[in-house]
Design a protein around this ligand. Structure first.
Ligand SMILES: [Zn+2]
Length: 389
């Protein structure tokens, strides 16, 4: 395939009127020409790397926690229609059997080449998180590492790329070390930690901050002494990267700038944290967070934002492609850096930047094609058009 004449954002460079040549599922050159008959005309359009979302729960009515092919297909179709070509299927706090069912289905989908968006692994959001900062996560299934064990994570270490925990729980630091040694990235959020647990956790290998600024510890005064929480530590410690739900609700433009000025485009990534309602009409519909067996948790969409029925912010309903637009138009962040935060940075954070996340020779032939207003007009995965508006 040849993607002809677009403005290519690699994202390290912006190249006008440039062809991208692909052979099968790989990029063979950026620039040059080819006699290939399979031409995608990108004249007047932006050619971005296929976007990568490392924190997403679902879309088009499906939630990965449903652990069914129908729900995986719906969620991946939503991502695909929004320029996203790789995702980490993300769980939520739930009984271990339900998380294991979700992991089994994730494993099945990781082997499939025919999906419109590639599943590159799983992200476990909980259940080892704080009662105080649980946000929209159901309290009944919260666990403590030392008391409850986490063999089910170690058993699935080949597919789990990211586990979000709270550092102050008993046994958390040992857990960080053990998971890091297994090659699993450990992240922090939904925590109520202080410096005395956060710093040791980072020293033990914790490297990422899940949905920065949302449901996490922050600087306050305990026993007459002020100390920082994860929110500040994530900004100042260069070992830690951060996620932004840059939907202009969870992370408003001023916070987008604060994050960007602190971390730069390589220290941050955008994530959708989007729920099953993403891509559906809002209306008065009530949706289930996670799977609907066990203890259901309900939310609805008001003013473009998912909230539990008591008003608590739940996830977003925006894809990361929309967040590029938000960063550029509202956060005043340069286009190349906004694209980087939705492609190369998340790929690098999960250690897959040699395969996905940038337009360079040898990488997967994955692209998000946008018009000049930054709307997605086509998605190309493995050198095949999987969505066209
Ligand atoms: Zn989430």
């Amino acid at each position: 395939m040849i993607i002809k004449g677009g403005t290519v954002i690699t994202p390290f460079e912006k190249k006008c009127d440039t062809n991208v040549i692909c052979d099968g599922d790989r990029i063979t050159s950026v620039g040059g020409n080819s006699s290939d008959k399979d031409v995608f005309d990108a004249t007047g359009l932006f050619v971005l790397p296929g976007l990568v979302d490392i924190h997403t729960h679902g879309g088009f009515g499906g939630d990965y926690m449903d652990a069914t092919e129908e729900s995986f297909d719906k969620a991946l179709a939503f991502q695909s229609q929004n320029g996203i070509t790789s995702v980490l299927a993300t769980s939520m706090t739930a009984p271990v059997e339900e998380i294991e069912a979700m992991l089994d289905m994730t494993r099945k989908y990781m082997k499939r080449a025919d999906t419109p968006t590639r599943v590159v692994g799983a992200h476990l959001e909980g259940p080892y998180i704080s009662y105080k900062k649980k946000g929209a996560q159901p309290e009944a299934f919260l666990r403590v590492p030392e008391r409850d064990g986490y063999d089910f994570i170690l058993k699935n270490k080949d597919i789990i790329k990211d586990v979000t925990i709270a550092t102050e729980l008993d046994g958390a630091i040992d857990m960080v070390k053990e998971l890091t040694d297994c090659g699993i990235m450990v992240s922090c959020a939904h925590d109520d930690g202080r410096e005395d647990t956060i710093k040791p956790a980072i020293d033990a290998g914790l490297r990422h901050c899940t949905h920065w600024y949302c449901a996490m510890s922050t600087a306050n005064i305990v026993d007459g002494v002020r100390s920082v929480g994860m929110m500040e530590t994530a900004l100042i410690d260069p070992r830690v990267t951060i996620e932004l739900i840059a939907d202009n609700h969870h992370i408003i433009p001023a916070l987008q700038r604060l994050a960007y000025q602190s971390k730069g485009p390589l220290g941050m990534c955008v994530v959708s944290d989007c729920l099953r309602a993403a891509g559906l009409e809002a209306g008065d519909n009530i949706y289930t967070l996670g799977s609907d067996d066990g203890v259901p948790h309900y939310f609805k969409i008001t003013n473009g934002l998912a909230r539990l029925l008591d008003g608590t912010f739940a996830g977003s309903v925006q894809p990361v492609s929309q967040m590029i637009k938000n960063l550029v138009n509202d956060g005043r962040i340069p286009l190349e850096d906004a694209v980087c935060a939705a492609s190369y940075s998340p790929a690098k954070i999960i250690g897959m930047d040699n395969e996905i996340g940038s337009i360079r020779q040898g990488n997967k032939a994955d692209f998000c094609i946008m018009d000049k207003e930054l709307n997605v007009v086509a998605t190309i995965k493995d050198g095949k058009v999987v969505y066209k508006k």
